[in-house]
Design a protein around this ligand. Sequence first.
Ligand code: PBG
Length: 307
Amino acid sequence: MVSESHLRPEDLVAPLFVREGIDEAQPISSLPGQFQHTRASLRAEVRELAQLGVPAVVLFGVPERKDPEGSEAWNPDGIMQLALQDLRDDHGDDMVLIADLCVDEYTDHGHCGVLDNKGQPDNDRTLALYRNIAIAQATAGADIVAPSGMMDGQVAAIRDALDDGSFEQTAILAYAAKYATALYGPFRDAVDVTIVGGGNRKGYQQDVANAREAMEEIRSDIAEGADMVMVKPAMPYLDVIARARAEVDVPIAAYHVSGEYAMVHAAAERGWLELEPVALEHTLAIKRAGADMILSYFSRMLAEAMQ
Ligand code: PBG
């Protein structure tokens, strides 16, 4: 009766990977219980999530062919687009389909944009690619596109492209305060991404030391037309979630990322922690801090526990 926060399956979003050119779902060793799905195994997984009451999934595509621009990301027959169509066919409007919008899974160099002659993403040339991806994803049935590349002006460019393409109803969930954390490692295994030359994303993702800067990113994404904003990772940035909740009125998403999930699993495997109570505590803390929706690899396990 006196609990101030409650978790429900409706709070959860399940991140899922779909890979082109495989016959069977491949387990991801650094993300126990998670898979690179085939189109068929993805459909089966999403059916089960729907039955558990999880209202939304966020999809990541792993193409067979990578190139300098990441052109498979906007190929109408690319793996992401085919998977979106499958899920739209299966669920109609009963499952919210969020498409991660970025090129790092699709580029041969692993950066989130097309590179300039210094080997860093060229911000403005990348925006043109993001516009193409937004149209491809919306055409394939995405309800929400979620730009995760942290290019300046990406939300405005995508909103403009969607409106031009008569996708006024397609929403934007902006990865607004996305930190250059050391916690994305297992994800990069999941999408077969190695950043060329041992590089990193500190040139475009947030400095982990900064919270005021995160608020500036959140405000500018909302001004550019973001319908929802995200803080990522979640647990080390609860202060940013709480601050965002106090300052803005759009829905706030938080992403409990691959490294956060992997840490809990690794400790549980050693018998040092109990998996489910720790997963629940993490997720409830993120809710308490002010997140309206939580992207988590624990979504399925938690939803099962809540039945
Ligand atoms: C980029 C993207 C990343 C994640 C989601 N979208 C990785 C990155 O920026 O390197 C990380 C998610 C996770 O760690 O679970 N497309």
